[in-house]
Design a protein around this ligand. Sequence first.
Ligand code: C5P
Length: 233
Amino acid sequence: MTRPAPRDRMIVALDLPTVAEARDMARRLGDAASFYKIGMELVYGGGLDLVRALVGEGKQVFLDLKLHDIPATVAKATAQVARLGATYLTVHAYPQTMKAAREAAAGSTTKILGVTVLTSMDDADLAEAGYAHRAADLVARRADQARAIGIDGLILSPEEVGAMRARVGASLILVTPGIRPAGAALGDQKRAATPAAAIAAGADALVVGRPITQADDPTAAARAITAEIAAAG
Ligand code: C5P
């Protein structure tokens, strides 16, 4: 697999309250960014038109919808997302859900990324929810299942990415949020990594939100991160 250009390995999370603000941010970033993540908040606030607009401008879009439902519904929703032209779609990494999404996305340009275990869940939360596995074991189990089922990749925290790259080799695309350039505010990210560290650990692409969208100069912040990816990769 040829490595994408550094700019295509930085996915800007458009976690902004309104579609108008998200649209403005994308306009402001211009050529400094080529890939955007749009999540549930924006989608439920009218963000699908923004997805169409960005794709129409030649940008790539990661739709972070974390689908999970009966297989028929997951398949139909995945087919709709594929028609929108999104590059990545997230699903919860349950075997039934991953299989349904993979089959529905086949033949399209949309790639399916699995969310193994939400990073808000620790061992106690999993036990409370009725799981017999500890978080680290469940992440590994679902990563193996993702690979066996043949989805395209996984979303992983910077903490998990090194071990998971060693486990799955080049077979899966690994996308990592929780990125903070040296000296940037952590916000609510507790175990952040720098762009260079996440790339060195084996991440294919990084999701970066506030370090860009809350910067005094978002374009300069985006260009600095792209430069760091280029130097590390
Ligand atoms: O602003 P910040 O760079 O922290 O944004 C990170 C993005 O990645 C947000 O959209 C957040 O929801 C998402 N994310 C995360 N940690 C995870 C999964 C997703 O920060 N484990």
